[in-house]
Design a protein around this ligand. Structure first.
Ligand code: NAD
Ligand code: UDP
Length: 322
């Protein structure tokens, strides 16, 4: 159909990007996926390749981005997102958040598209206030190991607001808090796939530090709904999207042990540098502006995610190299 709205989704072969592609296809958009596959996997979107309203470009968005034809929306989700990924490829992480974002803002301006960027709760660093409202400026160590990700995302927000203010570009900023679900990589090092992978392999669960640090886990379908609503809202300032149900990593490990029925235990390993001690979104804005709040409880979401990981080929479950 010629009159479909056209949306470019970067990071399309990744965890969140692939779920966004599915949602926009379901809403009858023409979806253009773009990814250089540095942490993504084409299997996440292979079911879309047969559709006439889906196209895919294998491209590094830190280099000049060209897309033929009209574009109405751009969603910039390309970026390594797991600490072990961005520690392994720190320069690419800085580039995709800065140069990549600049390229996509330029593209959006040229096409008259509305652009939404995937920011993160990491802009708050190791926060001194809990929960974190959007007004909190954060506590980030720019030269620590996580700085490559945190500062790239902070720059990304700054340049996006600058294009909004100076070029009158339509922009949206979502600050995403820890999100999980099917299509996460089992070996991406994030706590949920790490714990489930260890349980499936019959290994001890590696809790970093004493496990008293907290996170708040959001199921992917809830996140996608929040992003969809934000894109079509008229609000240009950052909005937190996440699930405020906060839990310590020790309690989370215990939940995974119960869920998987493993007879393994939690063992403590050193806490990584600058690991945030607490994290919980204040979602007052998302509720008021978007009428959004999460619907999927952790127990429901974890069950679905565990079934997904269990269904992976045994070879993949056993392959634990990062
Ligand atoms: P992911 O690693 O699964 O997906 C990222 C995708 O981006 C991958 O497919 C990767 O190949 C691609 N990519 C990376 N650099 C690229 C480049 N230069 N050019 C083209 N493609 C590139 O990670 P994810 O969890 O799906 O995260 C997606 C986005 O959401 C990221 O921007 C991340 O910072 C943000 N985010 C995610 C979470 C979360 O909990 N999952 C939390 C906060 C923010
Ligand atoms: N974590 C852990 N064991 C692991 C991986 C992570 O205890 O095998 C901890 C990590 O130190 C952090 C929390 O779990 O406190 C969440 O880590 P993740 O990498 O999932 O995300 P982020 O730190 O970016 O929130």
């Amino acid at each position: 159909m010629a009159n479909r709205k056209r949306v470019l989704i970067t990071g399309a072969a990744g965890f969140l990007g692939s779920h966004l592609c599915d949602r926009f296809i379901k809403e009858d958009f023409h979806v253009i996926g773009m990814d250089n596959l540095i942490t993504g996997d084409l299997r996440n979107i292979e079911h879309l390749f047969k559709l006439e309203n889906f196209e895919f470009y294998n491209h590094d968005v830190s280099k000049f981005v060209h897309v033929p034809g009209e574009l109405h929306y751009v969603l910039h989700f390309a970026s390594p997102a797991s600490p072990i990924d961005y520690l392994k490829i720190p320069i690419q992480t800085l580039k995709v958040g800065s140069l990549g974002t600049h390229n996509l803002l330029g593209l959006s301006k040229a096409k008259g598209a509305r652009m939404l960027i995937a920011s993160t709760s990491e802009v708050y660093g190791d926060p001194n206030v809990n929960p974190q409202p959007e007004e909190y400026w954060g506590n980030v160590n720019p030269i620590g190991p996580r700085g490559v990700y945190d500062e790239a995302k902070r720059f990304q927000e700054a340049i996006t607001m600058a294009y909004h203010t100076f070029h009158k570009l339509e922009t949206r900023i979502v600050r995403i808090f820890n999100t999980y679900g099917p299509r996460m990589r089992l070996n991406d090092g994030r706590v949920l796939p790490a714990f489930i992978g260890q349980a499936l392999r019959g290994e001890s669960l590696t809790m970093f530090g004493d496990g008293s640090q907290t996170r708040s886990f959001c199921y992917v379908d809830d996140l996608v709904e929040g992003i969809y609503r934000l894109l079509f809202s008229d609000y240009a300032l950052p909005v937190n999207i996440g699930n405020p149900d906060e839990i310590t990593i020790r309690e989370f490990g215990e939940e995974i042990i119960k869920l998987t029925g493993t007879d393994q235990k939690l063992i403590s390993l050193p806490l990584p540098t600058d690991d945030p001690k607490q994290r919980r979104p204040d979602i007052t804005k998302a509720k008021a502006l978007l009428g959004w709040e999460p619907k999927v409880s952790r127990s429901e979401g974890l069950k679905i995610t565990y079934e997904y990981f269990k269904s992976l080929p045994e070879k993949e479950i056993q392959h634990k190299d990062f």
